[in-house]
Design a protein around this ligand. Structure first.
Ligand code: ABU
Length: 371
């Protein structure tokens, strides 16, 4: 860091990347069943979703692909840091909930976000992920100690008590579920502040926040009251055809100023596009993923739209999953240098290339893309 530059500095999803944290699969467990989550096996074979620690060979495979991402980023001049891998297999008990074990620390994107010079730790929405921030604390202290401009904020932790979740949500008949979801009512109630950091997408002075299974209206209100006095603008957004929305980075993915990759199955709510259209941004639909949802890895709980979960190294260079050839071809036609990378063995840990990272430093400053 030179005399004037900030170590903690990242205003959007595309500026040239300087420093990033990549998750680790060590000690990962299968995600437990809980009021905010009902994991299910993929495919037609059926069977119960496993519990407890993941087998070592599965962890090794994911770690190998995460290491591939680390090497690729380093070869492009990016500093890469890794979180600690705490023990995750023991039961967790707080005054308001218990859970048989934790999940993993593969997806820092869900927990941590850099907004300018500020690091925000998200409250989170699932019990098994309540303490996930701990894996990043050593790094956060390092950044905070090294950079006198860095601000560190821990958003309010919710209780995650039974009352924070809609009783019976998972048993609702499909018709009721669709009705409630169109009213943006999901498995978390509106009584406490809830958000995962991955429901936020950064566009300089503007941030989009998706209302979802993992982010509720008080969560968005908290972000607005926290960030808007600092000169930022927070825009709630909705994708009403996504019946299980969670994390915006498989739905609405900005690639450079003026260009967003959109999900053709999940159009933005009428009226919410205006901000982009008024400012001459192009919204370009991603091609369909190469796998169907049924063909995704057996323990993966994300949709096949992980295809869109790309990581920008700069406004000209994008890391994309190796198998997603149609998307790679589109990006190529749009003028990007595409860096293909195998990452499928990471999918069952909650995400792909964007999810598995938390950018701490990108060149650039607070720009207004929507004047
Ligand atoms: N964690 C990203 C998952 C998003 C999706 O399933 O579409």
């Amino acid at each position: 860091m030179n005399g004037t530059a900030s170590l903690v500095n990242s205003w959007n999803e595309w500026d040239p990347l300087r420093e990033i944290v990549v998750g680790v699969a060590d000690n990962a467990c299968f995600e437990p069943r809980e009021p905010g989550h009902r994991p299910q096996l993929r495919g037609k074979d059926g069977g119960a979703f496993p519990t407890g620690p993941k087998p070592p060979e599965m962890i090794d495979r994911a770690n190998e692909q995460l290491a591939g991402l680390v090497s690729l980023l380093r070869s492009h001049g990016v500093t890469v840091r890794r979180p600690e891998a705490p023990r995750l297999a023991e039961p967790v008990r707080t005054p308001s909930f218990e859970v048989p074990h934790q999940y993993c620390v593969v997806c820092p994107r869900d927990v941590m976000i850099t907004v300018g010079h500020e690091i925000v730790e998200a409250p989170m929405s699932r019990r098994a992920r309540y303490f996930e921030y701990q894996a990043y604390r050593k790094l956060v202290y390092e950044y905070w100690n090294a950079d006198p401009r860095a601000v560190w904020t821990v958003a309010p932790k919710p209780s995650m008590a039974d009352s924070m979740y809609r009783e019976g949500f998972w048993e609702w008949p499909l018709e009721k579920r669709h009705r409630e979801m169109h009213a943006s009512e999901f498995c978390v109630t509106q009584d406490e502040v809830v958000f995962d950091a991955a429901d936020i997408s950064r566009f300089g002075r503007d941030l989009l926040v998706q209302e979802s299974m993992t982010t509720n209206r008080p969560g968005i209100r908290w972000l607005k009251r926290h960030l808007e006095p600092r000169g930022l603008r927070v825009h709630p957004v909705h994708f009403p055809l996504d019946f299980f929305p969670s994390h915006i980075d498989c739905t609405f993915v900005p690639l450079r100023p003026g260009l967003v990759l959109t999900n053709p199955d999940r159009p933005l709510r009428k009226g919410e596009k205006e901000l982009f259209l008024r400012n001459d941004w192009e919204l370009i639909d991603a091609p369909r993923p190469v796998s169907s949802d049924d063909e995704m890895p057996r323990f993966c709980q994300s949709s096949a739209w992980l295809s869109m979960n790309v990581l920008s190294v700069s406004p000209e260079k994008v890391v994309c999953e190796e198998a997603e050839r149609p998307l790679q071809e589109l990006l190529d036609r749009l003028g990007f240098e595409v860096l293909p990378l195998p990452f499928r063995d990471v999918f069952e840990y909650g995400g792909s290339l964007h999810c598995a990272t938390w950018d701490v430093n990108r060149e650039g400053s607070a720009r207004d893309y929507f004047p």
